[in-house]
Design a protein. Structure first.
Length: 119
C-alpha cells in the first residue's frame, strides 16, 4: 500500500472529491490531519470532528447537488471556486482554500451564499 504522506495535493483533492460523493463524514474526515482547521464565516471548527460538522453542514445545504469546480493549485495550497445546483437551493459564489501537509488537508476555508433555486 502507498504511504498516504506521499500523495500530492492534486491526488488528495481527487480522493476528497470521491469521498464527498459518498456522503460518509467519517470517510471524508480521514483526508484531514487530526489537528485540521475548518474556517467558515460562522467560526473556526477544529480537528476531524470539526471537519465532519462543517462538511456535514455543506452537504445538508446542497443534497444531491450538481457541482462545478475551478481549482487552482499553487504548491501545497489550492484555491477553489465552485458553484452547485441542487433541487431546492444553489450556490453561485462558492470559494474554498485548502492547505495540504503530509498527504492530507491541514486547513480549509469555506465561503458560499445559499439561495433558493430559480426554476
Amino acid at each position: 500500500m502507498t504511504d498516504p504522506r506521499t500523495r500530492t495535493p492534486r491526488e488528495v483533492f481527487a480522493d476528497h472529491g470521491t469521498r464527498l460523493g459518498t456522503g460518509d463524514l467519517d470517510l471524508i474526515s480521514r483526508n484531514y490531519t487530526a489537528d485540521a482547521v475548518f474556517v467558515t464565516p460562522d467560526g473556526v471548527l477544529t480537528g476531524r470532528e470539526g471537519v465532519r460538522e462543517g462538511i456535514g453542514r455543506l452537504l445538508s445545504d446542497l443534497p444531491d447537488a450538481d457541482w462545478r469546480l475551478v481549482p487552482q493549485f499553487a504548491g501545497d495550497v489550492l484555491f477553489l471556486e465552485w458553484t452547485a445546483t441542487g433541487s431546492a437551493h444553489e450556490v453561485l459564489d462558492g470559494v474554498d482554500t485548502f492547505v495540504f501537509r503530509d498527504g492530507l488537508i491541514s486547513a480549509q476555508t469555506v465561503r458560499y451564499t445559499l439561495t433558493e433555486r430559480t426554476k
